[in-house]
Design a protein. Structure first.
Length: 135
């Protein structure tokens, strides 16, 4: 399902183990209580997505846009958020955040972080998308 559009879908309690959603669209999607062990959400857009209480062991969110996403009591042991953009996301009550990889990830001033997790501010936090100047 690489590149598939799941925007605003309700996938609560879904079994997404080992699923490949690379570059998918999950804006506003609810995957509450989802079983997502080893799922690959790399380079996906999941603005406002809800992963509350999900099992995300070994899942990959590398390079994903997770602005406003919620991970309340989601178990992220072994998950990878390398290079993810977490502006305004709620990570405050993540389970096992210390066992996840947040290398290169960034946040905004409104991102809620769990104790012990330190992330830099995204370079363009709060300014929205950049426009490329035409020649």
């Amino acid at each position: 399902a690489n590149g598939a559009n799941f925007s605003d879908a309700n996938i609560d309690y879904g079994d997404l183990r080992e699923a490949k959603f690379i570059g998918g669209s999950f804006g506003g999607t609810s995957i509450t209580y989802g079983l997502c062990r080893g799922a690959d959400f790399s380079a996906s857009t999941a603005v406002g997505a809800i992963f509350d209480f999900a099992i995300l062991n070994g899942a990959s969110f590398d390079g994903a846009l997770l602005s406003g996403a919620s991970f309340v009591e989601a178990d992220v042991s072994g998950a990878s958020f390398r290079g993810a953009r977490l502006q305004g996301a709620n990570l405050a009550r993540m389970i096992n955040s210390g066992l996840a990889d947040f290398s290169g990830a960034c946040r905004s001033e409104t991102t809620l972080l769990p104790p012990g997790l330190v992330l830099p501010l995204c370079e363009d936090a709060g300014r929205g998308p950049r426009l490329i100047d035409a020649p």
